[in-house]
Design a protein around this ligand. Structure first.
Ligand code: ZN
Ligand code: ZN
Length: 176
Protein backbone atom coordinates (compact mmCIF):
# COMPACT_ATOMS: atom_id res chain seq x y z
CA UNK A 1 0.00 0.00 0.00
CA UNK A 2 1.24 3.48 -0.65
CA UNK A 3 -0.02 6.91 0.12
CA UNK A 4 0.04 9.88 -2.16
CA UNK A 5 -0.28 13.45 -0.99
CA UNK A 6 -0.05 15.81 -3.85
CA UNK A 7 -1.31 19.19 -4.92
CA UNK A 8 -2.12 19.62 -8.57
CA UNK A 9 -3.44 22.59 -10.49
CA UNK A 10 -6.62 21.82 -12.32
CA UNK A 11 -6.31 22.72 -16.01
CA UNK A 12 -10.06 23.29 -16.33
CA UNK A 13 -12.75 24.48 -13.99
CA UNK A 14 -14.12 21.64 -11.89
CA UNK A 15 -17.73 21.81 -10.88
CA UNK A 16 -21.03 23.00 -12.20
CA UNK A 17 -22.14 26.13 -14.00
CA UNK A 18 -22.63 28.39 -10.99
CA UNK A 19 -19.86 27.14 -8.70
CA UNK A 20 -16.62 25.25 -9.00
CA UNK A 21 -12.88 25.06 -8.46
CA UNK A 22 -11.58 27.63 -10.96
CA UNK A 23 -9.13 26.60 -13.66
CA UNK A 24 -5.55 26.90 -12.45
CA UNK A 25 -6.52 26.43 -8.80
CA UNK A 26 -4.95 23.90 -6.49
CA UNK A 27 -6.57 20.56 -5.83
CA UNK A 28 -5.17 18.68 -2.85
CA UNK A 29 -5.08 14.93 -3.30
CA UNK A 30 -4.82 12.65 -0.30
CA UNK A 31 -4.91 9.13 -1.62
CA UNK A 32 -4.20 5.54 -0.63
CA UNK A 33 -3.24 3.11 -3.34
CA UNK A 34 -3.78 -0.53 -2.47
CA UNK A 35 -2.85 -3.47 -4.58
CA UNK A 36 -5.75 -5.89 -4.76
CA UNK A 37 -5.96 -9.08 -6.76
CA UNK A 38 -7.49 -7.45 -9.81
CA UNK A 39 -5.80 -4.10 -9.80
CA UNK A 40 -5.17 -1.01 -7.74
CA UNK A 41 -7.79 0.30 -5.41
CA UNK A 42 -7.59 4.06 -4.96
CA UNK A 43 -9.34 5.62 -1.99
CA UNK A 44 -9.03 9.07 -0.51
CA UNK A 45 -10.04 12.64 -0.96
CA UNK A 46 -9.62 15.52 -3.35
CA UNK A 47 -10.31 18.98 -2.11
CA UNK A 48 -10.09 22.52 -3.36
CA UNK A 49 -11.38 26.03 -2.91
CA UNK A 50 -14.48 26.95 -4.82
CA UNK A 51 -15.72 30.20 -6.30
CA UNK A 52 -19.17 30.83 -7.60
CA UNK A 53 -22.31 32.92 -7.53
CA UNK A 54 -25.41 32.74 -5.39
CA UNK A 55 -28.16 31.42 -7.65
CA UNK A 56 -30.71 33.77 -6.08
CA UNK A 57 -28.91 37.08 -5.56
CA UNK A 58 -25.83 36.56 -7.77
CA UNK A 59 -23.41 37.63 -5.03
CA UNK A 60 -20.00 35.98 -5.27
CA UNK A 61 -19.58 33.07 -2.89
CA UNK A 62 -16.59 30.97 -2.03
CA UNK A 63 -15.88 27.90 0.02
CA UNK A 64 -14.20 24.55 -0.16
CA UNK A 65 -15.29 21.24 -1.57
CA UNK A 66 -14.04 17.81 -0.59
CA UNK A 67 -14.91 14.66 -2.47
CA UNK A 68 -14.29 11.07 -1.46
CA UNK A 69 -12.96 8.75 -4.08
CA UNK A 70 -13.09 4.98 -4.27
CA UNK A 71 -11.94 3.76 -7.63
CA UNK A 72 -10.65 0.42 -8.83
CA UNK A 73 -8.16 0.42 -11.67
CA UNK A 74 -7.93 -3.02 -13.24
CA UNK A 75 -4.61 -4.60 -14.16
CA UNK A 76 -4.10 -5.31 -17.82
CA UNK A 77 -5.21 -8.87 -18.64
CA UNK A 78 -6.94 -9.32 -15.29
CA UNK A 79 -10.27 -11.09 -15.21
CA UNK A 80 -11.83 -7.79 -14.26
CA UNK A 81 -10.37 -6.17 -17.30
CA UNK A 82 -11.67 -8.93 -19.51
CA UNK A 83 -15.15 -9.07 -18.05
CA UNK A 84 -16.02 -5.41 -17.61
CA UNK A 85 -16.44 -2.42 -19.83
CA UNK A 86 -13.90 0.35 -19.68
CA UNK A 87 -16.70 2.77 -18.87
CA UNK A 88 -17.53 0.79 -15.73
CA UNK A 89 -14.11 -0.06 -14.32
CA UNK A 90 -10.98 2.01 -14.93
CA UNK A 91 -7.90 0.49 -16.48
CA UNK A 92 -4.26 0.80 -15.60
CA UNK A 93 -2.65 1.99 -18.80
CA UNK A 94 1.13 1.94 -19.13
CA UNK A 95 1.47 1.49 -15.37
CA UNK A 96 -0.44 4.68 -14.78
CA UNK A 97 -3.78 5.45 -13.29
CA UNK A 98 -5.71 8.47 -14.44
CA UNK A 99 -7.93 9.92 -11.76
CA UNK A 100 -8.81 13.07 -13.64
CA UNK A 101 -12.24 12.01 -14.87
CA UNK A 102 -13.13 10.55 -11.47
CA UNK A 103 -12.33 13.85 -9.79
CA UNK A 104 -14.19 15.86 -12.42
CA UNK A 105 -17.29 13.70 -11.97
CA UNK A 106 -17.11 13.63 -8.17
CA UNK A 107 -16.74 17.39 -7.81
CA UNK A 108 -19.61 18.06 -10.23
CA UNK A 109 -21.82 15.69 -8.24
CA UNK A 110 -20.84 17.18 -4.90
CA UNK A 111 -21.50 20.82 -5.73
CA UNK A 112 -25.05 22.19 -5.71
CA UNK A 113 -26.60 23.14 -9.04
CA UNK A 114 -28.15 26.15 -7.30
CA UNK A 115 -25.63 27.41 -4.74
CA UNK A 116 -26.79 29.95 -2.15
CA UNK A 117 -24.88 32.66 -0.27
CA UNK A 118 -26.93 31.71 2.78
CA UNK A 119 -29.69 29.13 3.20
CA UNK A 120 -32.35 31.83 3.53
CA UNK A 121 -31.06 34.21 0.87
CA UNK A 122 -34.09 36.35 -0.08
CA UNK A 123 -32.77 36.87 -3.61
CA UNK A 124 -33.39 39.90 -5.77
CA UNK A 125 -36.42 42.18 -6.00
CA UNK A 126 -38.36 40.99 -9.04
CA UNK A 127 -39.10 44.57 -10.01
CA UNK A 128 -35.95 46.62 -9.53
CA UNK A 129 -33.33 43.90 -9.06
CA UNK A 130 -31.98 45.16 -5.74
CA UNK A 131 -30.61 42.50 -3.39
CA UNK A 132 -33.36 42.09 -0.84
CA UNK A 133 -30.75 41.24 1.81
CA UNK A 134 -29.54 44.85 1.68
CA UNK A 135 -32.83 46.56 0.74
CA UNK A 136 -34.84 48.42 3.36
CA UNK A 137 -37.20 46.19 5.36
CA UNK A 138 -40.46 45.59 3.55
CA UNK A 139 -39.00 46.73 0.23
CA UNK A 140 -41.86 46.70 -2.28
CA UNK A 141 -43.27 48.49 -5.30
CA UNK A 142 -46.74 49.81 -6.02
CA UNK A 143 -46.98 47.86 -9.25
CA UNK A 144 -49.83 45.41 -9.46
CA UNK A 145 -49.70 42.42 -11.73
CA UNK A 146 -52.72 42.70 -14.07
CA UNK A 147 -53.70 39.16 -13.16
CA UNK A 148 -54.08 40.23 -9.54
CA UNK A 149 -55.62 43.61 -10.26
CA UNK A 150 -59.16 42.29 -9.75
CA UNK A 151 -58.25 40.99 -6.33
CA UNK A 152 -56.41 44.18 -5.47
CA UNK A 153 -59.52 46.16 -6.49
CA UNK A 154 -61.55 44.03 -4.16
CA UNK A 155 -59.25 44.84 -1.27
CA UNK A 156 -59.19 48.54 -2.07
CA UNK A 157 -63.00 48.57 -2.29
CA UNK A 158 -63.15 47.01 1.15
CA UNK A 159 -60.70 49.58 2.38
CA UNK A 160 -62.83 52.34 0.83
CA UNK A 161 -65.91 51.02 2.58
CA UNK A 162 -64.02 51.04 5.84
CA UNK A 163 -63.01 54.62 5.41
CA UNK A 164 -66.31 55.69 3.79
CA UNK A 165 -65.08 59.26 3.49
CA UNK A 166 -63.17 58.63 0.28
CA UNK A 167 -65.05 58.54 -3.02
CA UNK A 168 -63.07 56.88 -5.72
CA UNK A 169 -65.09 53.83 -6.69
CA UNK A 170 -63.61 51.87 -9.55
CA UNK A 171 -60.68 54.21 -9.91
CA UNK A 172 -58.24 51.51 -10.77
CA UNK A 173 -55.03 51.63 -12.65
CA UNK A 174 -53.81 48.80 -14.69
CA UNK A 175 -50.17 48.73 -15.49
CA UNK A 176 -48.25 46.15 -17.38
ZN1 ZN B 1 -27.77 35.12 -2.20
ZN1 ZN C 1 -37.46 46.59 -5.85
Amino acid sequence: MSEVHRTVATPDKLGVEMIGIPAGSDVDLDLRLESVSEGILVTGTACGETAGQCSRCLEPIDGTVTVFLTELFAYPDSVTEQTTEEDDVHRIVDDRIDLEQSIIDAVALELPMSPLCSPDCPGLCQVCGIRLAVAEPGHAHELIDPRWAGLANKFSELAEEDKADEDKPGDQERRD
